[in-house]
Each structure stands twice: as C-alpha cells, then as structure tokens.
Design a protein around this ligand. Structure first.
Ligand code: CA
Length: 225
C-alpha cells in the first residue's frame, strides 16, 4: 500500500513515515501543500494523509484541487480539535475520513487500512521495466526472477527511476524525492547510490538498463539483455 503523508511538522511526518514503513507501507512525505498536491497528481497512492494547516496551500485547498482534477485517491485529513477548522468542512472539501490531533498511531493505521479496503482501489503491485520487477509494498526487486538485494535507500532510488521509466530524471530531483529535505543535500549521494543500484541490477546480470545521460541525469529503460 502506497501512502502519501502531507504534514509540515517534520518530526511528526518522519515518525509517521517510519511507523508506516514498519507496517510494510511505501511512504512518501511532502512538507507543504504545493509539494503534496504535485506528488498526489504525479504519482499513484492508495491513500493520502493530509494535514489541514500547511504552508503554501492548506489541506482543504489541496483536497479540493485534487477532486476538481478528477483525482479520487482516498484522503484522511488530520484536524486539530481546538482549531478554527472543523471536521465537517474537511468532509465537505472531499476528504473521505478525518482524525483529530493528537491521534493514536494504532487508530491511524486501522483507519488507513479501513479506508483502503472500503475504497477498494487496486493498483498494480509491481513495477516492471523489462524483466526488472519492483514491488514497492514488499520492498522486493527481481531481475529475470532472480532476487536483487538493495538497501532501503537504493530501493527508493530504483523505485523512483522505475516510476519514471524511459524518462531522463535529473539528479537533483532524485535527491529531493528520495532524501529527507532535512538531510544535507549532496548530489554525490545520488551518484553513489545510482552506482550501487547499477552494479546490482545491471552489471551483475550483464545488462545496461540504467543509463547516465551526461549533464542531465539518469534514465532507466527496459533492457531485455
Ligand atoms: Ca500543520
């Protein structure tokens, strides 16, 4: 199950990301409304956890714009009990459920699972690029059926490239997507991880699917061998 968490309180967002990953979910985090809206449109999620008070674009507006754009991804909105915003308004803008802060983590996970079941949305579980298969929910990767072992960060880099298969993806974009924004941004990190991924998915199999496009970035393409 793929989850997008849109939450500007970084410690809460990080705690949610780690906790939900431990449940086996694939989790992306956005720290403001615009980034959240962009991710929600660009990528497929099974459910979105959306805070209301966000910099840039608040949660109501993110939700309303997604619905106006025809995006029906289930949304669980985080509301503040003592705030000026209320639950009725959350539901009015197109949210499917809401939870008041502070919330119990166990309750959040249960509500996300229920929301996912109720909406019954089923996305392809596996990303396939040629005979390279990537399963974001299980965090597994195979090449021609043979298991490829990747670190969590390598997996995230590969998953991102696979979602954009065939396109040139700039290093900066990979850095922004895969590394926490609080992390010391260093493009060398991307190079090191891409090299490691390439050794594991290509070199080890005599393939060349992960291409370096000089001055532009990287491109992952189907390589039948
Ligand atoms: Ca907030």
């Amino acid at each position: 199950m793929r989850v997008l968490v849109v939450e500007d309180e970084k410690r809460l967002a990080q705690a949610l990301q780690r906790g939900l990953q431990a449940e086996g979910f694939a989790v992306d985090v956005a720290h403001d409304g615009n980034q959240g809206l962009w991710l929600a449109i660009e990528r497929d999620y099974d459910v979105i956890v959306l805070d209301i008070m966000l910099p840039g674009l608040n949660g109501y507006r993110v939700c309303a714009r997604l619905r106006a754009a025809g995006n029906e991804t289930p949304i669980l909105m985080l509301t503040a009990k003592d705030g000026e915003y209320d639950e009725a308004e959350a539901l009015d803008t197109g949210a499917d459920d809401y939870l008041s802060k502070p919330f119990s983590y166990v309750v959040l996970v249960a509500r996300l699972r229920a929301l996912h079941r109720r909406t019954g949305r089923r996305l392809p579980q596996t990303l396939a690029v040629g005979d390279l298969a990537i399963d974001p929910a299980r965090r597994t990767c195979t090449r021609g059926g043979a298991e490829v072992r990747l670190t969590a960060r390598e997996f995230a880099v590969l998953e991102y490239l696979a979602r954009r298969a065939g396109e040139v993806v700039p290093k900066r974009e990979i850095l922004d997507q895969v590394w926490d924004s609080a992390f010391e941004a260093d493009l060398n990190l991307v190079e090191v991880h891409v090299s490691a991924v390439r050794r594991k998915i290509d070199t080890a199999f005599g393939r060349s699917a992960l291409e370096t496009v000089r001055g532009a970035g990287y491109r992952l393409a189907a390589d039948g061998g």
